[in-house]
Design a protein around this ligand. Structure first.
Ligand code: ATP
Length: 352
């Protein structure tokens, strides 16, 4: 089984091929880099328009090589009888794409590309929830049986746990996503996007400064801490110290709610998802918390944490195998697509 995945919810124009026989994932990405400020939706959409054809072609040519290495096609299970290049060697079984959540103008371009490819190659279309894909790639690479997932990404921050056929949101940010909050501070300081890696580097040379810590039950908020961090910087507190305080405070908040989610669900497995998951200090705090309560902790490799089409292809393959495809006429995108709207069709035993 081979599935082409296409991702383009915000900044990463990405295409991938997941090959279930070898359990290998090939990813080709082209990142949008704003000239100034944060992500501008129109510019990001223009980036998708220019970059998706190239990354999709690179992924497809990899799929063709895999098909050829398997002795050419001749295998009816591999989609259409005739590939668009006329080689008679159809490379993929399905096209999966990020249906949301994300920036509407970007999502629409990616969906158009996915529909076109599915029709051209005469294979089914699979509509994937981007946040469930962030979670599922962790499950896929760790083979956990009933984990809690902390999705710490740019535009989101939430905890998911499986219950009765869906991944439920058991806690989440009450305002901005965690990465976007960090990026807002770095924009104020005048650093280029993305800010997360720069804060991580600067924090190493900083001392702790006190910043507002806001956790309410299972939910949390970043707006107060961001204003306080900007004020501290404007008042002359060294930027390294503000970065250090930011990381310690934000990641302690995330670690506290994650521990509570493990405790409330009774799970002893944690997977991390999202681009902020590349941060070593966050991973260190989560892994110490898990070790203290004898829970297993898994963070996928960085190429699967930041936005990438690999996770879309991997979940797309599971959904396709479960018959969870979408007719073209029902494949509208959803910029506010929540993970708990998705029936988990692809796992017989997904947990409780
Ligand atoms: P979503 O997945 O919610 O749509 P997104 O599209 O913005 O979010 P991701 O790729 O998951 O994308 O995450 C990008 C975010 O990760 C950016 O805000 C960036 O600053 C942050 N980030 C990247 N590396 C690090 C790091 N080392 N430390 C902290 N944050 C980081």
């Amino acid at each position: 089984l081979r599935v082409l995945g296409i991702e383009g919810t915000a900044w990463a124009a990405s295409a991938a091929v997941y090959d279930s026989e070898t359990d290998s994932t090939y990813i080709e990405s082209d990142a949008y880099q704003p000239e100034s400020g944060g992500i501008h939706p129109r510019e990001a959409a223009e980036h998708m328009h220019g970059a998706i054809p190239q990354v999709a072609e690179a992924a497809l040519s990899h799929a063709r090589e895999l098909a050829a290495a398997n002795g050419g096609d001749g295998d009816a299970a591999h989609g259409a009888d005739e590939a668009s290049d006329g080689s008679g060697d159809p490379p993929i079984d399905a096209v999966a794409f990020s249906r949301g959540p994300g920036l509407g103008p970007c999502l629409r371009i990616v969906a158009t590309a996915a529909r076109t490819l599915a029709q051209t190659l005469d294979v089914p279309l699979v509509g994937v929830n981007h946040m469930v894909a962030h979670l599922e790639i962790g499950r896929h690479t760790a083979d956990f049986s009933d984990p809690v997932c902390l999705n710490a990404s740019g535009a989101n921050a939430h905890l998911l746990a499986y219950r009765n056929g869906r991944y439920r949101v058991v806690g989440e940010t009450m305002d901005t996503g965690v990465g976007n909050a960090i990026d807002k501070f770095t924009r104020h300081v005048g650093w280029s996007h993305p800010g997360g890696p720069k804060v991580e580097a600067a924090a190493e040379d900083g001392e702790y400064v006190d910043l507002p810590y806001v956790v309410k039950g299972m939910d949390f908020s970043f707006s107060g801490i961001m204003s306080a961090a900007k004020d501290a910087y404007d008042d002359g507190v060294p930027v390294e110290d503000v970065c250090h305080g930011l990381q310690e405070t934000i990641f302690a908040m995330l670690t506290e709610v994650t521990e509570r989610a493990l405790s409330l669900t009774g799970s002893d497995e944690l997977v991390l998802g999202g681009g902020v998951g590349q941060n070593e200090r966050l991973r260190e705090m989560l892994s110490e918390m898990c070790a203290a309560r004898d829970a297993s902790f898994h963070a996928p490799e960085p190429r699967f944490l930041r936005d990438n089409a690999g996770m879309i292809a991997v979940l797309g393959a599971k959904m396709y195998a479960a018959g969870d495809t979408v007719p073209i006429e029902e494949s509208a995108v959803d910029p506010d697509f929540r993970p708990d709207e998705v029936p988990v069709s692809w796992r017989e035993n997904a947990g409780r």
